[in-house]
Ligand binder design. Sequence first.
Ligand SMILES: NC(=O)c1ccc[n+]([C@@H]2O[C@H](COP(=O)([O-])OP(=O)(O)OC[C@H]3O[C@@H](n4cnc5c(N)ncnc54)[C@H](O)[C@@H]3O)[C@@H](O)[C@H]2O)c1
Ligand SMILES: O=P(O)(O)OC[C@H](O)CO
Length: 331
Amino acid sequence: MKVSVIGAGSWGTALAHLLGTAGNDVMLWARKPEVCEGINALHRNPRYLVDSSVSERVRASNDYETVLRGSQAVVIVTPSSIMRDVACDIRPFVSEDTPIIICSKGVEAGTGLLPVQVFEQELGNASRLAALTGPNHAEEVIRGIASGTVIASSHRDTALFFQRLFATDTFRTYVSDDVVGAEICAAFKNVIAIAVGASYGIGLGDNTAALIMTRGLAEMSRLVEACGGTAMTCLGLAGVGDLIATCTSEHSRNRTFGYRLATGTTLEQYREETHMVVEGALACKTIDFLAKAHQVELPITEMVRSVLWEQADFHEAADALFERSLKPEFY
Ligand SMILES: NC(=O)c1ccc[n+]([C@@H]2O[C@H](COP(=O)([O-])OP(=O)(O)OC[C@H]3O[C@@H](n4cnc5c(N)ncnc54)[C@H](O)[C@@H]3O)[C@@H](O)[C@H]2O)c1
Ligand SMILES: O=P(O)(O)OC[C@H](O)CO
């Protein structure tokens, strides 16, 4: 099958490799010419996952038409902040019924829309749209380390199509019809990972990390339900699975960024150093926006947002969480 992968950062590169090793002809869209050259000439991405080789069935180009012409499936892996631009850019080259799966994690600023909702607005035909999310660090997937993921679509045939497309003997795929739940979990866990990283950064412990993860999960499920998703999704790979991976892994950029933020590094400095997107930094604002629209209280998310964007003091913000009124665990 000819598959187009849009975005050649860590995750796009790993997914292109996965699809190539499964026997597909993969065209990878990369923003930078040196990335295209590296993939085509040396089967390596010179900017991301530089130590891993990429399947020879992956070819790269910076031209949307070349990448998308004749494509039987499109995989979107760009940062969530440019979802709408990407949807508009690919629109002239994608037919009305080509299946599209979105692997980016975030919520659109200003609208509170999820990536699949943005694509539906720009490209129509929601039945061919899906989201892929789960505990999947690119560094491990490209090395064939056993991993699992969720493919969510409102249309069962679309979910099953992508389930088969991505499944390999080391990458296990599950389907779900809860697109809203899966995409909120995907964006949310990054915010909680920043909070966990920051808590270690100010010298707190493993008990604290477990507390933040668990109460973060409670926040996540409140928002999922308020937005029309299913709370059970939060207990699956998209929710607790990805939360564990992101809050505990050495590979996690959101967790690492939280730690570095608490120890004096700014967001700009971290981005410049790593060239990597830190989705949780934007998501703490966009999720806060979504929560206010649905009148859902998210104290940890609010704390991350105020520390990151309003220069609130970490210690004071953490203390404020402990000063909240005492209440039952589930309410
Ligand atoms: N890295 C992972 O392990 C992983 C796993 C699952 C999901 N994701 C999600 O996948 C998405 C992409 O993350 P990544 O880790 O591959 O990114 P990355 O940080 O490794 O690289 C960023 C990519 O975005 C591109 N980019 C940045 N600004 C751009 C712009 N204005 N226009 C076009 N391209 C631009 C860069 O060229 C680069 O290809 C994110 O939403 C992330 O949450 C990442
Ligand atoms: O763990 P992070 O913060 O690097 O995020 C990457 C992926 O979303 C993990 O599934």
